[in-house]
Write a protein that binds this ligand. Structure first.
Ligand code: AGP
Length: 629
């Protein structure tokens, strides 16, 4: 939930570190800090509450010289967001500095032991305990820094991605991870460390994904020589990776698929709007090589390589959080309709703790955009221990969840920077629909005619989304009239019940307006008591499935003077006569309607939030990836 960056090399560290923090600010932004070793061997630590821009202001008149440093942008887990709890944290002697993403669950026990040894603490954080433990270990066991980090981490229970700076060793960065992501970037005479590749991609495409319980030591010494050509540098550098138990590992260098342009806003005011408008292309990208409309076929390698596991599954358990959970709920309808396998959709945070019954012939599908959501990672680790087959749908190559899974399917929609998930959601639904079609066809539980009809329609979806996006200005205009609302209700049935929940989540997480999503039929079991002119009701009512029932629900709301915004199929004159506002989407297969009906809800939430002056890309209290419980 925090962002960490490290640099050692031939260039000034500060500008690279600050730019890296800006790229990682989506992971958390309640405080930030930087630590640098200057050419005189001084270790300078600067920290500020608030966003990275506050840190930059604070550093404007400070000594920010040095070619080695670490930096951190925080989402508080232990200790409130303030300067003393911001990272980096000094050790007692102020010789070491550390940054950390994760949670040390046994920090209280470790802290008590260190206090008995006379250690004092300036912050309320678990991270400061860790750096004190490292220093205590180094001093008392008379070992080098890397060994001290290994030994200290052997005592730690919890999740961490850390980088440690030692002012007595200004040519070395020591880093380690368990349960939180960490990537090494390998440049020309320089090394980078970061929570993900976004701070690295503009400098190099050579990366190493650090595995759990690995410790990496980056050494780089730059010596300028008296040569005829002044300024030629001699650089000695090395990368060493071991486990925390000092087992030597061979670094596996990979090539990044990210491009810098993917990281920029591309002229849009917010990443979220850019990502909403990217969906026609990103869905086409996520289907490329998988949906072959000419051959009327879908090829999902993760399914093909594990066909028997799916065909013999007695049950499919889907585990996810938030928007990804909504995608899982849609998948339940598709898998049960096409493959006739019972599906349970679980909130990961509940699933991991309720002592679930998990059998060896269960297939567990984990859905996660970031691939780092702690509860979802823990849920599949539990299921894996019980022998279930783990299949993950993820958007970040090399993230923790796909690395723990037996197989999976990447959504390939590029980095999703906006905290509110949009393009990842539609890609998740697409991937899950493709999976349901593959299983159903292979099992013979769906007709060839239905299979072909859905596959052909999948190929039409990107341009049909384009047609919905053409209504952006109209949606923006009417959305402004709802910024007064304190509450919204979203309703839908069948495949569009989860869409109603997703639309409600979009609105509440970026505009801070309370909103709830319900199965439309549930209205009469309580919520209808809420209907009033002050509470807009959004009804997702495409002309398919139980459409007539949804129309009745709209009439029940109108009879009680409710205001209805309806998402309908193009040409629907019936609902147009009774609803207050209508947004049309093209006709498509019922199982694919969520890919179209969700678009107006994404746009509506976005425009309401913008009019309300909310921080759309970095909503308050939120972070893009919830890597702590
Ligand atoms: C969605 O807009 C939210 N940002 C949040 O609910 C998110 O979907 C959830 O935290 C799960 O994240 P994941 O997909 O990365 O696991």
């Amino acid at each position: 939930m925090c962002g960490i960056v490290g640099y050692i090399g031939k260039r000034k560290a500060y500008p690279i570190l600050i730019k890296g923090l800006h790229r990682l600010e989506y992971r958390g932004y309640d405080s930030a800090g930087v630590a640098l070793i200057n050419p005189q061997g001084q270790l300078n630590v600067y920290k500020a509450k608030g966003k990275v821009a506050e840190l930059e202001t604070f550093c404007a008149d400070k000594d920010i010289d040095g070619t080695i440093g670490i930096a951190h942008t925080r989402w508080a887990t232990h200790g409130e967001p303030n300067t003393q709890n911001a990272h980096p944290h000094y050790s007692e002697s102020e010789r070491l500095a550390i940054i950390h993403n994760g949670i040390i669950e046994n920090y209280a026990v470790l802290k008590a032991g260190l206090m008995q040894e006379g250690y004092t603490f300036k912050s309320d954080t678990d991270t400061e305990v860790l750096v004190q433990l490292i220093e205590y270990t180094q001093v008392n066991r008379h070992v080098d820094l890397k060994t001290a980090v290994q030994l200290a981490l052997q005592q730690v229970i919890g999740a961490y991605a850390i980088v440690v700076l030692d002012k007595d060793n200004p040519d070395t960065l020591i880093a380690a991870r368990k349960g939180s992501p960490l990537v090494v970037g390998i440049g020309e005479d320089e090394y980078f460390l970061a929570s993900d590749a976004t701070p690295i991609v503009e400098y190099t495409d050579k990366v190493i994904y650090i595995e759990d319980e690995e410790v990496v030591s980056l050494k780089l010494r730059v010596e300028s020589l008296e040569l005829k050509e002044v300024g030629e540098l001699k650089v000695e550098s090395s990368i060493d990776i071991t486990t925390i138990n000092n087992v030597q590992k061979t670094p596996e260098i990979k090539r990044l698929e990210l491009s810098l342009s993917q990281l920029e806003k591309g002229g849009y005011p917010h990443f979220m709007l850019k990502e909403i408008f990217e969906q026609p292309r990103t869905l086409a990208d996520s289907m490329r090589g998988r949906v072959n409309v000419r051959q009327d076929n879908i090829a999902l390698s993760g399914f093909i390589d594990n066909k028997e596991r799916f065909l013999n599954a007695k049950r499919i358990i889907i585990t996810a959080c938030g928007t990804s959970w909504h995608a899982g709920l849609i998948a339940m309808y598709a898998i049960e309709e096409f493959a006739q396998i019972p599906v349970e959709v679980e909130y990961s945070s509940e699933f991991r703790y309720r002592k679930p019954v998990i059998n060896k012939d269960d297939v567990v599908i984990a859905i996660s955009q970031s691939g780092e959501t702690a509860d979802t990672l823990a849920a599949i680790q539990l299921a894996k221990q019980k022998g279930a087959f783990i299949f993950s749908i993820c958007n970040v190559v090399g993230a923790s969840i796909p690395r723990v899974s037996d197989s999976g399917c990447y959504t390939h929609v590029g980095p999703e920077i906006g905290v509110a998930s949009t393009k990842a959601f539609t890609a998740q639904v697409t991937a899950l629909t493709m999976l349901a079609l593959c299983i159903g066809r292979e099992k013979g539980t769906m007709s060839e005619e239905q299979y072909l009809s859905v596959v052909r329609e999948l190929g039409q979806i990107p341009q049909k989304i384009e047609r919905v996006l053409e209504q952006n200005k109209r949606i923006q205009d009417f959305a402004k009239t709802f910024t007064y609302a304190q509450n919204f209700i979203y309703l839908g049935r069948g495949y569009n019940y989860p869409v109603a929940m997703e639309g409600a989540l979009k609105l509440k997480e970026i505009s801070y307006i309370h909103a709830e999503g319900y199965p439309a039929a549930e209205m009469k079991h309580g919520p209808i008591a809420l209907i009033s002119q002050e509470m807009p009701v959004v009804v997702v009512a495409p002309r398919c499935g139980t459409y007539e029932k949804v129309v009745s629900n709209i009439q029940e709301i109108k009879a009680r003077k409710g205001r209805v915004i309806a998402v309908v199929t193009e040409g629907d004159e019936l609902v147009r006569k009774i609803a207050d506002y209508v947004i049309e989407v093209p006709e498509t297969e019922e199982c694919l309607t969520p890919l179209l009906t969700v678009i107006p809800l994404q746009l509506m939430a976005y425009h309401i939030a913008v009019v309300k002056g909310c921080d759309v890309d970095q909503p308050r209290n939120l972070a893009k990836s919830v890597t702590v419980e």
